[in-house]
Design a protein around this ligand. Structure first.
Ligand code: DX5
Ligand code: ZN
Length: 218
């Protein structure tokens, strides 16, 4: 069953708790984009934001760490309530160690890859991860356009999972919404991260229905 992970970067942050409440029964989890202005050209949320979220929601929270030093931040996000930590392959020198560290603290461990990072860089880590987050835009901002060639990349990842009998989940992040969510579910995506697709989507309820139906057909 594919699920919706709501990226609060696209929400109206001036009234975040109302924003989350507005969509809460149509989403499955919260996606927190942590950006350091260094690994990506934007600055966003840190520990105070996950603390604030935890005062008004019990939904699972994925901390997507778009920072050059993810390992230093993992424990803090877990202590403050992250149920999944996603780190980027591009900045982890010792990716296996980092993945095992996340899992040892309790949450799910996901590895993200940028659009230009080949799947081959994940070959040795796939047996250990709970999931792979395929970036379908260059990380940094909400509301960007989905990069079409990522469809082929996701299909290849889905094929590898099938042939090797791996259990990891496939998540996609960036430019996902009404036009492509169903197609993504059909090629094997389990988690649809959506910013605009959730918070700026007047037909979110219908989209959720379509995603559920597409999942049921799988
Ligand atoms: C991009 C972030 C995404 C982004 C998604 O760097 O990692 O999570 O907020 O936003 P949309 O769905 O609007 O592209
Ligand atoms: Zn993200």
């Amino acid at each position: 069953m594919a699920i919706i992970s709501a990226s609060i970067l696209a929400a109206n942050l001036a009234s975040l708790s109302e924003e989350v409440k507005r969509v809460e029964n149509m989403i499955d989890e919260i996606h927190l984009d942590v950006m350091d202005g260094h690994f990506v050209p934007n600055l966003t949320f840190g520990f105070p934001m996950i603390e604030a979220l935890r005062t008004f929601t019990n939904l699972p929270i994925d901390a997507h760490l778009m920072v050059t030093n993810p390992t230093d931040l993992i424990k803090g996000f877990v202590e403050k309530g992250a149920t999944r930590v996603t780190v980027h392959q591009e900045v982890c020198y010792h990716l296996h160690r980092t993945v095992e560290y996340i899992k040892s603290l309790g949450p799910e461990a996901f590895v993200a890859i940028n659009p230009a990072t080949p799947l081959s860089t994940l070959e040795e880590i796939l047996p250990y991860v709970d999931g792979i987050l395929v970036m379908t835009v260059n990380p940094g901002f909400s509301g960007q356009k989905f990069i079409p060639t990522m469809i082929e990349k996701i299909k290849r990842l889905s094929d590898i999972r099938k042939h090797k009998n791996y259990q990891f989940k496939i998540a996609v992040d960036g430019g996902v919404g009404n036009e492509n969510a169903v197609e993504l579910v059909k090629i094997g995506v389990d988690i649809l991260v959506m910013g605009y697709g959730v918070f700026r989507n007047p037909r979110l309820a219908q989209l959720r229905e379509e995603i559920l139906n597409a999942s049921a057909d799988m």
